[in-house]
Ligand binder design. Structure first.
Ligand code: 5AD
Ligand code: SF4
Length: 434
């Protein structure tokens, strides 16, 4: 979501005549798009803005001072507090008013001083703004913004507001525009895409969104993120029906202990989650599953952790994003008793990461000696003769660039690769016919 917001910010700045530069030293305007889901990102933002004071302005700039803006979740949460702590900061905006940036920028240029504007709810979707997409062949497409779930550890509902869905017509129009412009992969976005439509139509209609976007002729369709409590049988069945729907699903479980899931207010049980996995594998035995897990939620015991560990073992994920619980002020979990020593949590975390790596390695073996269609993203940073691409399961694939072909011809195309090596985090092989 943050990447998508950043593409919108870049689009708006370009519409004003700005252009992007490679290094911060060359930038007259710096916009930080922020996340406060965990403390580390939060602390880093304050540190990075503070260090901007030591970076001199480029020669020949018409400005007397570099303009620094902070937007997104931390802007939303901290508002004026940011400019009090960081007086060289010029502009603060929140998650609901990305569209205010041009106005705030103009005011700053004309008047100097601090310009802080944070709103309580959104008037429109950021997607109505111009965009400068990072890749011509891929697009993020938000279908909902905000979240109504209030998982007890999570700050998102407080900084992103209540869930709002876009109309199906709007989504279809934007998807069609991307397909007509040559986009190969659309990723539908929402804090919980599965509850799409509840505010508009009175019932989730995420399956309709998937069918509609599939019908635009898009080559590859993905979505994030799914809440297990709202994943319907109808959506599961689409993994066996829609040609564009990639065989990969990110389904955050957070914990394998029913006691902890309850304390997290996740509103499903381990048994329900495993039943979803069973149904998904029934539709497509080869589907790649990924998840998010929090280790060290307040009161987590060794038994609770082992339930998580065993669930991970049972499911066999392609990828697991593991997080150590981070206390977020203002959330219900912040007031829960939390007496597990840090070293114990770290040790659990390390055990889990080791299992995740073994599983990722195992999962990748499923594609060994197969020919798979990959979407070419560019050349490897380390070797310009090596293609970097993504498999249908969203795993990185490397292959030598065929003789006489330039990488520019291949970027954004889908080509067959025969996989002859499967490692933990990537596959490698040969382009078929090269
Ligand atoms: N501490 C640790 N991880 C968190 N997440 C959300 N809030 C917290 C928190 N307070 C994780 C969840 C979520 C992912 C995006 O971030 O696992 O799925
Ligand atoms: Fe946070 Fe839960 Fe909403 Fe996800 S579903 S954004 S974890 S509150």
């Amino acid at each position: 979501m943050n990447k998508h917001d950043s593409e919108r910010i870049a689009g708006m700045l370009e519409a004003l005549g700005a252009y992007s530069v490679e290094t911060i030293e060359d930038a007259d305007i710096v916009v930080f798009m922020t996340c406060c889901v965990r403390e580390a990102a939060d602390t880093r933002l304050y540190g990075q803005v503070a260090s901007m004071k030591n970076i001199p302005l480029r020669d020949n700039t018409p400005l007397k001072k570099r303009i620094i803006a902070v937007g997104g979740c931390i802007g939303q949460r901290d508002g004026d507090k940011l400019v009090e702590e960081l007086p060289h900061l010029d502009i603060v905006f929140g998650t609901h008013n990305l569209a205010s940036l041009p106005q705030l920028l103009t005011e700053t240029l004309e008047q100097g001083g601090h310009h802080v504007e944070v709103k309580d709810s959104s008037q429109s979707f950021p997607t109505d703004l111009p965009t400068n997409r990072e890749h011509d062949w891929a697009a993020w497409l938000p279908i909902t913004i905000g979240c109504n779930n209030f998982c007890t550890y999570c700050i998102v509902p407080y900084v992103r507001g209540r869930e709002k869905s876009r109309t199906l017509e709007d989504i279809a129009e934007e998807a069609q525009r991307y397909v007509d412009a040559g986009v190969k992969e659309i990723t539908l976005l929402g804090q919980n895409v599965n509850s799409y439509g509840r505010d508009l139509y009175g019932e989730p209609r995420f399956a309709d969104v998937l069918r509609t976007v599939n019908d635009t002729g898009i080559a590859r369709l993905r979505f994030a993120t799914s809440h297990p409590k709202d994943l319907t049988d109808e959506v599961i069945s689409l993994f066996g029906e829609l040609s564009s729907l990639m065989p990969a699903l990110h389904l955050p479980v957070q914990s394998g202990s029913n006691r902890i899931l309850d304390a997290m207010n996740r509103r499903y049980t381990k048994e329900h989650y495993l039943e979803l996995v069973r149904k998904l594998r029934e539709v497509n035995p080869d589907i790649a599953l990924s998840t998010d897990i929090i280790v060290g939620f307040p009161g987590e015991t060794e038994e609770d952790f082992m339930e998580t560990y065993n669930l991970v073992k049972e499911v066999g994920y392609t990828q697991v994003f593991t997080f150590i619980y981070s206390k977020r002020e203002g959330t219900p979990a912040a007031t829960m008793e939390d007496d597990t020593p840090r070293e114990v949590i770290q040790e659990r975390f390390d055990r889990l990461v080791e299992l995740v790596q073994e599983q990722a390695y195992q999962a990748n073996q499923a594609d060994l000696n197969k020919t798979i269609d990959v979407l070419v993203e560019g050349a490897s940073k380390r070797d310009e003769k090596l293609i970097c691409a993504k498999s249908p399961k969203n795993v990185t694939v490397h292959a030598p660039l065929p003789e006489g072909v330039s990488i520019d011809e291949l970027v954004g195309t889908i080509i067959p690769v025969h996989v002859d090596e499967a490692k933990t985090w990537y596959l490698s092989g040969q382009v078929v016919g090269s």
